[in-house]
Write a protein that binds this ligand. Structure first.
Ligand code: DQA
Length: 142
């Protein structure tokens, strides 16, 4: 069974109550359960994590690089400005899929730039919690 890391950045711990008109009512615990269950049905062990700390997220990316583990990542706000997250993600050797619940390109202009997309295998945005499942599905077929 292969392990897949699903990494989540800042404020995603507040899903469910955070701007529900944008992000819906699904909590991070719900998304974690969906991902773990999808993984179990597709021979994948899903290790789902969330942090508000840039340093911790960088540490997890280093771990994934050292172990050649595929990553699904919602970098949240770090997407738009963190060169440090991009640099850490650039070290990955297994595929990286960038995910977003919302479609950042349909939102404020400052969200139109992703420092991650250019080094990701692909990006899935705008499908709510389903974005994560589509990303795991993509990984399962890569
Ligand atoms: C997000 C989009 C980002 O612009 C925002 O900063 C987030 C969530 C999304 O999943 O839609 O925190 O990554």
């Amino acid at each position: 069974m292969r392990t897949v890391l699903v990494l989540n950045g800042p404020n995603l711990d507040k899903l469910g109550t955070r701007e529900p008109m944008v992000y819906g009512n699904t909590t991070i615990a719900d998304i974690s359960a969906m991902c773990v269950s999808f993984g179990a049905d597709h021979d994948m062990s899903v290790d789902f994590r969330q942090t508000n700390s840039e340093a911790e997220l960088i540490g997890w990316l280093h771990e994934a690089a050292e172990t050649s583990t595929p990553v699904v990542m919602n970098p949240a706000a770090f997407t738009h400005y963190s060169v440090a997250i991009r640099d850490a993600a650039a070290m990955l050797t297994a595929p990286l899929i960038e995910v977003h619940l919302s479609n950042p390109l349909a939102r404020e202009e400052f969200r139109h730039t992703s420092l991650i997309s250019g080094i990701a295998h692909g990006t899935i945005s705008g499908f709510g919690a389903q974005s994560y499942i589509l990303a795991l599905q993509a990984l399962a077929t890569l």
